[in-house]
Ligand binder design. Structure first.
Ligand code: PGA
Length: 420
């Protein structure tokens, strides 16, 4: 369904993926999702993989998020990461107040509110998580708990900042359990959150703020959830760790064109199975003689019925047509599947060619970069003029006008970069 708010699908990788695994995952996502322009795609790897993943997605439609940050900007905070450090890797989003942190690190609403303020001060977009436990829900306290977390976590946040904040409603009982809230349950709480945003701020904030759903989002339930009027995206945990399932969640959230292709393939596959069953029955009823056995059924008699010069009986005629339809469908399906799986690669090549055509030719005297690329602290003089363009390429669509100045990490051109 058409929504005013742009959908945002974010993958929360949690404490998963080494650098090598993270690169594999993000390369697959780039290939599968390069054609997606309809929504914002965000990946939130562990801190240790931010640098490599950032370089990998710099020219793509995938944006980078972090899973947490400190409320402090610098200083004696052992083990903490400040917002400015995240910006060095072109991080644009940061998950705050996830229920796992509320539970295991005992993060309070007050602390989360300070982190939200620190994120805004650094022009990062916070994804603020709220959600009730099973006990809360069974005691009828869902709205009270969600309201308390929302109000507490946004304490001190201005109207302008609230519009740039993303809320993730994640019922704790649905996280990593395989139990998804029904689309009605989720929609009810989302509508409630929107009404609270209106009372905390104003109608414009309520209308513009994106509210994601999180908790066992999978390819099979993504479309139904995203079609709810107040659900503006998903925060995906387990299913974001696999290229196919995260790509399917993104694709299933879009209507059409990718869904259309999947539906056509699904429909044709169903017809193929039906025709195949009919064909089997037809062949078996045309056994040349009683008890002749399947060997004979699939031997000369069948070959004659299907490929013979002239089918003598009506049954043999029908068999012939069914076999023809079966072969045509099988060919069409393999072509469509090949088209679907090669789509990403072809689009990547087209995009690479487009970027190459735009890049001015390097003078023959200038040596080509040989060092591996590095991301260095902002403020450091870049060694080439590529930085601005790269940052621009990772700029979310539709945000340019509202987004405060972007971080300006100094990046060297990546010799292995897809587009350089
Ligand atoms: P899940 O996790 O999709 O594995 O349930 C969601 C989350 O914790 O953000």
């Amino acid at each position: 369904m058409e929504k005013d708010r742009r959908l945002i699908i974010a993958g929360n990788w949690k404490m998963n993926k080494t650098v090598a695994e993270a690169l594999d995952l993000v390369k697959g996502l780039k290939r599968n999702l390069i054609q997606v322009k309809e929504l914002d795609i965000v990946v939130c790897p562990p801190f240790t993989a931010l640098s490599e993943v950032s370089r990998e997605i710099i020219d793509s439609n995938i944006r980078l998020g972090a899973q947490n940050m400190s409320e402090q900007s610098v200083g004696a905070c052992t083990g903490e990461i400040a917002a400015e450090f995240l910006k060095e890797f072109l991080v644009r989003y940061v998950i705050l107040g996830h229920s796992e942190r509320r539970q295991h690190q005992e993060e309070s609403n007050a602390l989360i509110a300070r982190k939200v303020a620190a994120a805004h001060a650094a022009s990062l977009k916070p994804i603020v998580c709220v959600g009730e436990t099973l006990e809360d829900r069974e005691d009828g306290k869902t709205e009270a708990v969600v309201e308390g977390q929302l109000t507490g976590s946004l304490s001190g946040i201005s109207t302008g900042q609230a519009k740039e904040t993303i809320i993730a409603y994640e019922p704790v009982w649905a996280i990593g359990t395989g139990k998804t809230a029904t689309s009605e349950q989720a929609q009810d709480v989302h509508a409630f959150i929107r009404s609270k945003l209106e009372s905390l701020y104003d109608a414009a904030v309520a209308k513009q703020t994106r509210i994601q759903y999180g908790g066992s989002v999978k390819p099979v339930n993504a479309r139904e959830l995203m079609s709810q009027p107040d659900i503006d995206g998903a925060l995906v945990g387990g299913a974001s760790l696999d290229v196919r399932s995260f790509s399917d969640i993104v694709n299933n959230s879009i209507w059409p064109p990718n869904i259309m292709l999947s539906l056509v393939i699904g429909f044709l596959t169903f017809i193929l199975v039906v025709i195949c069953a009919i064909l089997m029955v037809l062949i078996l009823v045309q056994l040349p003689k009683k008890d002749a056995g399947a060997g004979l059924a699939f031997g000369g008699g069948t070959a004659e019925a299907i490929f013979g010069a002239g089918a003598s009986t009506p049954l043999a005629q029908i068999t012939k047509y069914c076999a023809g339809i079966f072969l045509a469908l099988a060919l069409a399906l393999s072509a469509l599947n090949a088209y679907r799986s090669n789509l990403g690669d072809r689009l990547l090549k087209q995009e690479a060619a487009r970027q190459a055509a735009k890049t001015p030719t390097t003078p023959a005297t200038e040596p080509a970069p040989t060092e591996p690329p590095t991301v260095t602290p902002s403020g450091t003089e870049p060694e080439t003029g590529e930085t601005g363009a790269s940052a621009e390429a990772n700029q979310p669509e539709g945000e340019a006008a509202e987004t405060p100045p972007k971080p300006t990490p100094a990046t060297k051109p990546n010799p292995n970069n897809w587009f350089s």
